[in-house]
Unconditional design. Structure first.
Lengths: 112, 110
C-alpha cells in the first residue's frame, strides 16, 4: 500500500486561473479531508468528504470546492486563484470510525 | 473559538537533554488531542494521541484539562528527534476535523 497519494507534486498558476488537485486515499479508508498549509503555519482544514458528500467545511470561501468519487478518491478545485492561495495542499484519509488521519505528501501550489 | 497555541516556533536542545514542547488548546468541550511530526522531506505523521496513553520514540504527553495543555516531553533528546512538531485536536461531535497549532521546529544539537 503506497499510502495516501497526491498529484501533481508541484503546480504553478497565474491569478484568476482554476486548479484541480487529486488525492487517492490509503487502502481501506473512505473519508478524505483536505488541508491548506501556508508557509510557516500549521495545516488549516478546508473540508471533508465521506460517501461522496461534503460532510464538514472549514472557513474557506466557495471558490474552494471538492468532489469524492465512488472509489473514495477525491479532488480539490480552486477557482479564481489569488496570490494568497499559494500554499501546500494536504490530503488526509481515515476510516470513518477512526480518528487518526494519514497524510499525503502534499501538492505545492504557487500562484503568480 | 477553537484554537491550538504552540508558543515556541523554534526550540533547540543538546543531545541527551530533556525536551518539552508546549501546547495549549482553547475548547470548552472534551477534545481528542494529538501530536503530529514532520521529519525533513517526509510527510506529516501521527506521533501520539492522548487516548492511547502510549510512549512513542520515548515521547509522552499528558492531557491537563485544568490547564488545557498537552505538552510533549522526552527525558533524553536524540539528534533524530529534530523535526517539526504540530499539536492538534479533534473537537467532540465534529466530523474529525483536525485543528492544528502553528508548529514548533525542534533542533537537537550534537
Amino acid at each position: 500500500d503506497a499510502g495516501v497519494t497526491q498529484s501533481p507534486t508541484h503546480l504553478i498558476k497565474t491569478r484568476g486561473q482554476q486548479v484541480t488537485l487529486r488525492c487517492s486515499p490509503k487502502s481501506g479508508h473512505d473519508t478524505v479531508s483536505w488541508y491548506q498549509q501556508a508557509l510557516g503555519q500549521g495545516p488549516q482544514f478546508i473540508f471533508q468528504y465521506y460517501e461522496e458528500e461534503e460532510r464538514q467545511r472549514g472557513n474557506f470561501p466557495d471558490r474552494f470546492s471538492g468532489h469524492q468519487f465512488p472509489n473514495y478518491s477525491s479532488e480539490l478545485n480552486v477557482n479564481a486563484l489569488w496570490l494568497g492561495d499559494s500554499a501546500l495542499y494536504l490530503c488526509a484519509s481515515s476510516p470513518d470510525t477512526f480518528n487518526e488521519q494519514f497524510f499525503g505528501p502534499g501538492t505545492r501550489l504557487t500562484v503568480l | 473559538a477553537q484554537r491550538v497555541t504552540q508558543p515556541e516556533k523554534l526550540l533547540s536542545v543538546f543531545k541527551g537533554a530533556p525536551v518539552e514542547l508546549k501546547c495549549n488548546y482553547s475548547y470548552s468541550g472534551s477534545p481528542e488531542l494529538f501530536w503530529y511530526v514532520q521529519y525533513s522531506r517526509q510527510r506529516l505523521q501521527l506521533l501520539l494521541r492522548h487516548i492511547s496513553r502510549e510512549s512513542i520514540k520515548g515521547f509522552t504527553a499528558d492531557l491537563n484539562k485544568g490547564e488545557t495543555s498537552f505538552h510533549l516531553k522526552k527525558p533524553f533528546a536524540q539528534e533524530e528527534d529534530s523535526a517539526m512538531y504540530y499539536c492538534a485536536f479533534i473537537s467532540s461531535g465534529s466530523a474529525r476535523q483536525l485543528t492544528f497549532g502553528s508548529g514548533t521546529q525542534l533542533t537537537v544539537l550534537p
